[in-house]
Design a protein around this ligand. Structure first.
Ligand SMILES: [Zn+2]
Ligand SMILES: [Zn+2]
Length: 352
C-alpha cells in the first residue's frame, strides 16, 4: 500500500485534522500523482459534516486536484513522470453502460466512483480525496492541465469549471445569445468567464448590488439586482439561456419569466432543502424548459481545460494553508471568498 497523509474528518462534528492513511499501490493502468493544489468545494463541507447523510468516516475531501505525475503503470501511454495533471469529481466508472459508452461517466448507470467517499473497489475501502500528499487514479480519469495556466488557479476548473461549462455547451451557448448567470460565487464566477469567452452577452443576477463592479471585471456585460422587480421586468422574455448556480432555496419563477420562447434555465446548485415548485403556466405559455446538470464527462472536462488554456481562463482564488481549512469552511458558509479557496499542499509539511 502507498502511504499518504492529509486532512480529514473522523465524525460529522469534529473539525478536519491531520490524518495518515493508505492508498492502493498503482495498478498497470494507474497514475500516481503528488498533489500540489486542491480547491475547496461546498460538497467537501457537506460531506465532511454528513449533511447528505451518506458519509463514511474517516473522510478526506477534495476533488479539485492539480499535481505532478510521479509514477505510471506499464499500460499507461498518455502520461509520464513529471506531467502536470488534474483530477476532478470522479476517479472511475463501470465503462460498460450506455452513459459511459457516450463519455457521460457522471451519469454512469451503475454510479461513478467519487474522488472521495466513494467505494474504492480495489482495496474494499473508501476513496480518499485531494486534501492529501498524493493520489492514485485510473489513467482514463486523469486530465492534462494546459501549460500556460496557473496550476493553483486551474484547480477549481476540475469541479466549478466543468459544472458550468457542460450546461453552457449542452444548451449551445454561442455568440450573440443573451445568457444569464444567477449567483456570483465559486460556480457563478466561472459561469461568467466561460459564457463571456463563448461570445454570449452575459448578465449576472445577484442579490448584492455591491457585486456589480466585480461582475463586470469578470466579463459580465450587465448586472441585475434580482430583488429589484422593475429591473427584472425590463428583461422579461429576452434570455436564450439562464444558468442558475444558487443552492439556497429561492423562487424560480422570476427567472423563468425572463426566458424567451423555448429558452432554458438549468440548475447546477445542490440545494440541501428544495426550491418552491415553479409555476407550470410560466413553462407552458412559452414552451420554456427547466433542467438540471451534473459536472461533465471526462472527455468534456478535457475539452473545458483546453478551452480555458486557449482563452487563458482560471478561477479567481484565495490560497490557504491546509492548517486553515476549518476557518476556510466557516468563511465559505458566509460566502466570504473571492471566489474559491485553494489549498497549497506544500503546507502539509509545515508544523500544524
Ligand atoms: Zn465540487
Ligand atoms: Zn457506467
Amino acid at each position: 500500500m502507498l502511504a499518504s497523509t492529509g486532512y480529514g474528518a473522523t465524525s460529522a462534528t469534529e473539525p478536519l485534522a491531520k490524518i495518515d492513511f493508505e492508498r492502493r499501490d498503482p495498478k498497470p493502468n494507474d497514475v500516481q500523482i503528488d498533489i500540489l493544489y486542491c480547491g475547496v468545494c461546498h460538497s467537501d463541507l457537506h460531506t465532511a459534516r454528513n449533511e447528505w447523510g451518506n458519509t463514511v468516516y474517516p473522510v478526506v475531501p477534495g476533488h479539485e486536484i492539480v499535481g505532478r505525475v510521479t509514477k505510471v503503470g506499464n499500460e499507461v501511454t498518455r502520461f509520464k513522470e513529471g506531467d502536470l495533471v488534474g483530477v476532478g469529481c470522479m476517479v472511475d466508472s463501470c465503462q460498460q453502460c450506455s452513459a459511459c459508452g457516450e463519455g457521460l461517466e457522471q451519469y454512469c448507470e451503475n454510479g461513478f466512483v467519487g474522488t472521495y467517499n466513494g467505494e474504492e473497489g480495489h482495496t474494499g475501502g473508501m476513496t480518499y480525496g485531494g486534501y492529501a500528499s498524493n493520489i492514485v487514479v485510473r489513467d482514463k480519469f486523469v486530465l492534462k492541465i494546459p501549460a500556460n495556466l496557473d496550476p493553483a488557479g486551474a484547480a477549481p476548473l476540475l469541479c466549478a469549471g466543468i459544472t458550468t461549462f457542460s450546461p453552457l455547451r449542452q444548451w449551445k451557448v454561442s455568440p450573440g445569445q443573451k445568457v444569464g448567470i444567477v449567483g456570483l460565487g465559486g460556480l457563478g464566477h466561472m459561469g461568467i468567464k466561460l459564457a463571456h469567452a463563448m461570445g454570449a452577452h452575459v448578465v449576472l443576477f445577484t442579490t448584492s448590488p455591491g457585486k456589480r463592479e466585480d461582475a463586470k471585471r469578470l466579463g459580465a456585460d450587465d448586472v441585475v439586482v434580482s430583488k429589484n422587480a422593475s429591473e427584472m421586468k425590463a428583461h422579461r422574455n429576452s434570455f436564450d439561456f439562464i444558468l442558475n448556480t444558487v443552492a439556497a432555496p429561492h423562487s424560480l419563477d422570476p427567472f423563468l419569466d425572463l426566458l424567451k420562447r423555448d429558452g432554458t434555465m438549468t440548475l447546477v446548485g445542490a440545494p440541501a432543502t428544495p426550491h418552491p415548485s415553479p409555476q407550470v403556466f410560466s413553462l407552458i405559455m412559452k414552451r420554456r424548459r427547466l433542467a438540471g446538470s451534473l459536472i461533465g464527462g471526462i472527455a468534456e472536462t478535457q475539452e473545458m481545460l483546453d478551452f480555458c488554456g486557449q482563452h487563458n481562463i482560471v478561477s479567481d482564488i484565495e490560497m490557504i494553508r491546509i492548517q486553515d481549512i476549518n476557518e476556510a469552511y466557516e468563511r465559505m458558509l458566509k460566502s466570504d471568498v473571492k471566489y474559491r479557496f485553494v489549498i497549497d499542499m506544500a503546507s502539509l509539511k509545515q508544523p500544524s
